[in-house]
Design a protein around this ligand. Structure first.
Ligand SMILES: Nc1ncnc2c1ncn2[C@@H]1O[C@H](COP(=O)(O)OP(=O)(O)OP(=O)(O)O)[C@@H](O)[C@H]1O
Length: 233
């Protein structure tokens, strides 16, 4: 249910929460005989579970039921993990007063749109679905601008950089690695014509952005980036 609510928001209301709200309406929940007369009943949140996923199947935005092991849910899950990793990196970076925190927030919002596109397999999407969940090239170009502006400020790479450089930097490197996994999940969907090629491009560019940003964060914090040194045998 959580993801469904997220999809509804990310997809600009692309899908009503199916279960809880509807059931609440049908069962007449919302006020009860136990509410004291003359007072508004306390507001209740809809249940976040519907139990419809317990059988190991879940729904795409187009209404198909697919096994939870389907590559669409793999890709959705990887995107969700990526946004969570970036959220953690954003929190560490915010503690250090980094100015790029707003960009990370924007990236997390874009990842919700990535999820909306992935949850809408083109083979079963109607025109209205496609319109609501399309993903343009614009955010890819924006990432490229950000990458270029940080790259210009960084010392040249002379060795393999290891994930390090303080908490913000290390968390950004971790996000980069999760991003590359999300990309590996998405590419087969794009190749099968199920997801927009711009989604794969976005993830490909995002891992470069996260790499550059990790180096930038280490530099700004004056933290050492560990480099690869061939281990002694
Ligand atoms: N394990 C999962 N990993 C990634 N995406 C999922 C997973 N389970 C479901 N989804 C996607 O996220 C949406 C919302 O998730 P939710 O947990 O509500 O689904 P569910 O398990 O089918 O339902 P419920 O939790 O109410 O039984 C689903 O419609 C599906 O598109």
């Amino acid at each position: 249910m959580w993801r469904r609510a997220a999809l509804a928001i990310a997809g600009r209301g692309l899908r009503e929460p199916l279960g809880a709200a509807g059931r609440r309406g049908q069962s007449g929940e919302g006020s009860s005989a136990r509410d004291p007369p003359g007072r508004d009943p306390p507001a209740r949140s809809p249940r976040i579970y519907t139990r419809t996923g317990d059988s190991g199947f879940s729904s795409t935005f187009t209404g198909e039921r697919r096994p939870k092991g389907d590559r669409i849910f793999e890709a959705l899950g990887a995107t969700d993990e990526l946004s969570s990793a970036i959220g953690l990196a954003g929190e560490f970076s915010s503690e250090k007063g980094h100015t790029f925190v707003g960009q990370l927030h924007k990236v997390q919002c874009m990842l919700q749109d990535v999820g909306s596109n992935l949850a809408t397999p083109l083979s079963s999407a109607r025109e209205a679905h496609r319109k609501r969940t399309s993903f343009s090239e614009k955010p890819v170009l924006e990432l490229e601008q950000w990458i270029d502006s940080y790259s210009e400020q960084l010392p040249p790479l002379r060795a393999f950089i290891l994930p390090s450089g303080g908490r913000s930097s290390a968390a950004l490197h971790f996000s980069r690695a999760v991003c590359r996994r999300a990309e590996r999940c998405v590419v087969p969907l794009v190749q099968a014509g199920e997801a927009d090629p711009n989604v794969a491009k976005y993830l490909n560019r995002l891992s470069d952005y996260l790499f550059v940003l990790a180096r930038y964060a280490a530099m700004k914090e004056g933290k050492e980036e560990k480099i690869y040194i061939k281990p002694e045998p």
